[in-house]
Design a protein around this ligand. Structure first.
Ligand SMILES: [Zn+2]
Length: 243
């Protein structure tokens, strides 16, 4: 869609780091990718990381896969360490966009602390609001690789194996309406405090995630611009970027 265009230069002043949150089926991964290209941000996706971790059979992989298979969140210590590494290991000249993390309040508080310590300044959080009904409709089309857990959106049952690992693409056994509703309830319970925390800090924008991909993107960009203008008033603190 935007493939012919050059990415915009990274944002010079103010916010250059983002956190995008939303339930499964909210489209946060897609929006993170588009924003990443547009503003030259590094997309950091907790889901990707966890899928790779499980696939790697590293020390922690079993703990993670057990939780995820039950529809629970990954252990918070693993997530925190991953967040910290992302914030500190990349040059601060390149903004980050976290997709799907931090979700728990403890992770969110630490993330903000680390964002400040690293010299990146406070990030802006974007929440994609999508109703349960819409999520159910979208997840009907969702399939997953049985090996590497890559997610596919398909109108019809898959005919090809996974493009990444060649594994079999299947319907997730817990993608039934009842279990999806349970997961959503669990998600909102976990994320509610975090959203409230971001809101109180004045770093949350909420976007209607039920529009088309393009429309959601436009609303996000509009709200980022509005946020930047608002936060660049002369007497607000400017972010101290170390060079
Ligand atoms: Zn695969």
């Amino acid at each position: 869609m935007n493939s012919g265009k050059k990415p915009n230069p990274p944002m010079k002043s103010g916010v250059n780091n983002f956190i995008i949150l939303g339930s499964s089926g909210s489209g946060k991964g897609t929006q993170a990718e588009i924003l990443g290209r547009k503003f030259n941000l590094k997309v950091v996706d907790g889901g990707d990381y966890l899928r790779k971790l499980i696939f790697s059979r590293a020390e922690n992989s079993r703990r993670v896969s057990e939780k995820l298979n039950k529809g629970k969140l990954a252990p918070t210590d693993i997530i925190k360490e991953w967040i910290r590494r992302q914030i500190f290991s990349k040059p601060i000249s390149r903004g980050l966009i976290f997709s799907g993390q931090p979700r728990m309040i403890g992770e969110a508080k630490l993330a903000l602390k680390w964002f400040k310590q690293s010299g990146r300044g406070l990030p802006l959080a974007i929440f994609l609001k999508v109703s349960t009904q819409e999520v159910l409709k979208r997840l009907k089309k969702r399939y997953i690789c049985s090996k590497c857990k890559e997610v596919y959106t398909l109108d019809k049952p898959p005919v090809r194996p996974c493009k990444i690992c060649g594994g079999k693409i299947i319907k997730r056994s817990d993608d039934t309406p009842r279990l999806i509703k349970n997961r959503l309830e669990y998600f909102y319970k976990q994320v509610a405090k975090t959203l409230k925390f971001f809101k109180e800090k004045g770093i949350l924008i909420e976007v209607n995630g039920e529009q088309s991909v393009g429309e959601v993107h436009k609303e996000i960009v509009r709200k980022i611009k509005f946020y930047k203008t608002k936060s660049q008033k002369p007497n607000t603190k400017t972010i101290n970027q170390k060079v």
